[in-house]
Write a protein that binds this ligand. Structure first.
Ligand code: ASP
Length: 326
């Protein structure tokens, strides 16, 4: 008998419409969620733990850190063979990546959710939970790190991103592709993630802002962030890793003050590299900005919050981020 722990946190998968307000809110308990499973999962015992019951838009990095810590505790128990976390889809990729960085076990960790609320007749939640439990119970899923399992596919937490506001096949891994699929209860692993690292910080530092650049972005936001408590700033810049000349100039001054600036791209695919002069990526690089390869802005922010939590300075951070960015 495989023993899987189902940790519930809320999200659409646990939401229903409140008749008085008309608002869709997280309200379905963990045991109610388990009761929605269409078929008994033969050979698997499911233990339910309610961690919280909120929309994932209300999560923050400290809560994601506590969740990852709780996952670690459960995995350390000898009678836990794997963990499934139900979570809102909006920020699932960030919580899952936090877990990927912090979980110190080869046992499977699978995040899942739904796009259609629990009170919809065609809710996708029960099937996603069943597939995720099958995945967490599969010996083939050991050592794959934290994953997101949705609409029969599973993805590495590092690569997965929500791509559609409402469709059920919302998660993709861009050009890296899925790790595998769950087909009629059977697990098929197509690839293994290799760009993984583990950390054990006693806390994280959530004072990391992410600033998305647009044509003509001024230096207003970046200077505001640096002057108001940010311990690192992620720039989601242009193309291969450029910023406006005003932002580049401000970034150089901010790095001199010891605040790391990390460059990612608005493009969903490809790596950032220092290529252009005249205020572009070459100037950011010369000023000491860290280029995060193909990590997305939100994922780079999670990673930096963990590295700052370990007390790492700019140089050590640079080597690590450039490795994990691939
Ligand atoms: N739309 C979201 C979901 O799929 C809401 C949330 O992230 O909690 O769960």
């Amino acid at each position: 008998m495989q023993k899987i722990c189902l940790i519930t946190t809320g999200g659409t998968i646990a939401s229903r419409r409140d008749e008085k307000t008309g608002h869709v809110v997280a309200a379905v308990s963990g045991s109610e969620l388990r009761a929605t499973l269409h078929d008994p999962l033969a050979g698997i015992e499911l233990k339910v733990e309610e961690f919280c019951n909120v929309g994932s838009f209300a999560f923050d990095l400290p809560l994601a850190f506590v969740l990852a810590t709780r996952i670690n505790e459960r995995l350390n128990e000898p009678d836990c063979d794997g963990v499934v976390v139900t979570h809102g889809t909006d920020t699932m990729e960030e919580s899952a990546y936090m877990a990927d960085l912090l979980v110190r076990s080869d046992k499977p960790v699978v995040f899942t959710g739904a796009q259609r609320a629990a009170d919809q007749p065609d809710t996708d939640g029960p099937r996603n939970i069943a597939d995720s439990v099958r995945l967490a119970a599969s010996p083939a899923a050991h050592g794959l790190g934290a994953m997101i399992c949705f609409e029969q596919e599973f993805h590495a937490a590092r690569d997965a991103t929500k791509t559609h506001t409402s469709r059920v096949d919302t998660f993709t891994s861009g050009e890296h592709g899925k790790l595998g699929e769950v087909d009629a209860g059977q697990v098929f692993v197509h690839r293994k993630p290799t760009l993984r690292r583990n950390y054990a910080p006693s806390a994280i530092d959530a004072n990391v802002e992410l600033i998305k650049l647009v044509i003509g972005s001024t230096d207003g936001y970046i200077r505001y962030a640096a002057d108001n408590g940010s311990n690192a700033i992620i720039l989601e810049g242009f193309g291969i890793g450029n910023a406006t000349p005003a932002v580049t100039e401000a970034a150089a001054e901010i790095i001199k003050r010891g605040i790391p600036i990390i460059i990612t791209s608005r493009c969903p695919k490809g790596r950032v590299k220092p290529v252009y002069g005249n205020g572009g990526g070459k100037d950011l690089f010369a000023a000491g900005a860290i280029f995060a390869g193909d990590l997305s802005g939100p994922k780079a922010r999670v990673l930096v919050s963990v590295l700052l939590g370990q007390g790492w300075g700019i140089d050590r951070m640079r080597t690590e981020i450039e490795f994990l960015g691939g």
